[in-house]
Design a protein around this ligand. Structure first.
Ligand SMILES: NC(=O)c1ccc[n+]([C@@H]2O[C@H](COP(=O)([O-])OP(=O)(O)OC[C@H]3O[C@@H](n4cnc5c(N)ncnc54)[C@H](O)[C@@H]3O)[C@@H](O)[C@H]2O)c1
Length: 330
């Protein structure tokens, strides 16, 4: 296993989407490893971007409020960086159907622009792109491995597929160091929980914390897998530094659990709460992927990653975080 502390000490690192959920958790970790951290973020109001996400480290990182499509700003931002964690993105599935061009603009066009800026100004930067399991669509078999057909069910799956493929093309054709992580449901502190626009898990936590019923769509039998954000951060760091990850696309994944059992576990860890089974709203049902869990054996074999945070512990830590920081996230 790579010694991450020695890899990042005094290294310059850029995080796009660094004021969002995963990006800010990554910024904390990198700062702890002794890296010089810059984040670029538009603070898109529809996203998990939140200045409070970096409150404790804001005096120790550089924050650039800019769009990844802004070539001049990005030229300056990428120069001299050793690593680039490319997390800027629109991740709402429903949002991608309601405003497809906004989704396309960051998840596809912005990615190509950023890669071009890197190619022309810093072709040696090592890039990890935040992909998604949404590219698979409705699974034909479980667990889903990287050879599964790609038949996304919504615009977000299509735009993210293009975004990840640009990264792979820039590796194959231009020899740049890029890799892609297809993330599954990520949870943890600093995720957006103020509404249900980004993901159901954050909203379930909000309902639990406000002593409202957790609303489960359908029958609760849908299977998902979850990764704690600390595990995702480790995967990002490993892929940036491990030679075996160069040019690769990897699934992340975790223990499969059905949604009913997930709700019950959250209630148990919280010590109280209720759930309610409700009909699937039609607009969500049309883009629902059914059952999913990811096969992460490839990333495990190549870079030694596997999830470490037990779901129960992750839920407890998350609840503590939001009880303390409620006013910045509700
Ligand atoms: N959270 C998950 O469960 C999950 C699952 C699969 C994939 N992903 C991917 O991981 C990445 C990060 O997700 P997250 O959960 O941290 O989301 P998030 O919404 O919390 O963070 C995304 C950040 O990107 C910023 N952003 C949006 N458009 C931008 C632009 N044009 N230029 C610069 N910044 C911009 C937003 O302001 C926000 O701070 C996304 O690309 C997402 O698609 C996340």
């Amino acid at each position: 296993m790579i010694n991450l502390a020695s890899m990042f000490l005094h290294q310059s690192v850029l995080i796009t989407g660094g004021l969002g959920f995963i990006g800010s958790n990554l910024a904390y970790k990198l700062l702890g490893l002794g890296a010089k951290v810059t984040v670029v973020d538009t603070l898109d109001p529809d996203s998990g971007g939140n200045p409070f996400n970096v409150e404790d480290i804001k005096d120790h990182i550089q924050v650039i409020q800019a769009d990844i499509n802004d070539e001049d700003q990005m030229k300056r931002a990428v120069k001299g960086q050793k690593y680039l964690f490319n997390l800027a993105g629109q991740m709402s599935h429903l949002g991608s159907m309601q405003d497809p061009f906004k989704d396309l603009n960051v998840n596809t066009i912005g990615q190509l622009r950023l890669l071009e800026v890197c190619r022309q100004n810093n072709p040696d930067v090592s890039i990890v792109f935040a992909g998604t399991r949404q590219v698979y669509g409705r699974p034909k078999y479980l667990p889903v491995d990287e050879n599964h057909l790609l038949t996304p069910l919504d615009n977000n799956g299509v735009s993210k597929r293009a975004g990840e493929m640009y990264h792979i093309v820039y590796n194959r054709v231009h020899g740049m160091a890029t890799s892609v992580l297809r993330m599954t449901n990520v949870y943890g502190p600093r995720m957006r929980i103020k509404d249900d626009t980004l993901n159901f898990i954050g909203w379930w936590f909000r309902q639990l914390l406000e002593e409202k019923d957790i609303q489960i769509f359908g029958d609760g039998m849908q299977i998902r897998d979850l990764n704690h954000v600390d595990d995702v951060v480790t995967a990002l760091l490993l892929c940036a530094t491990h030679p075996a990850a160069n040019g690769k696309i990897y699934n992340l994944g975790g223990e499969p659990i059905n949604l009913l059992n997930l709700a019950k576990l959250m209630i148990e860890v919280n010590g109280s709460g209720n759930y309610k089974i409700v009909p699937f709203p039609e607009n969500r049902k049309r883009i629902d992927i059914g059952d999913y869990h990811g096969d992460y054996s490839l990333i495990k074999a190549d870079v030694g990653w596997q999830p470490q945070v037990p779901l129960r512990d992750g839920i407890a830590k998350l609840l503590d975080f939001y009880r303390t920081n409620k006013k910045h996230y509700f």
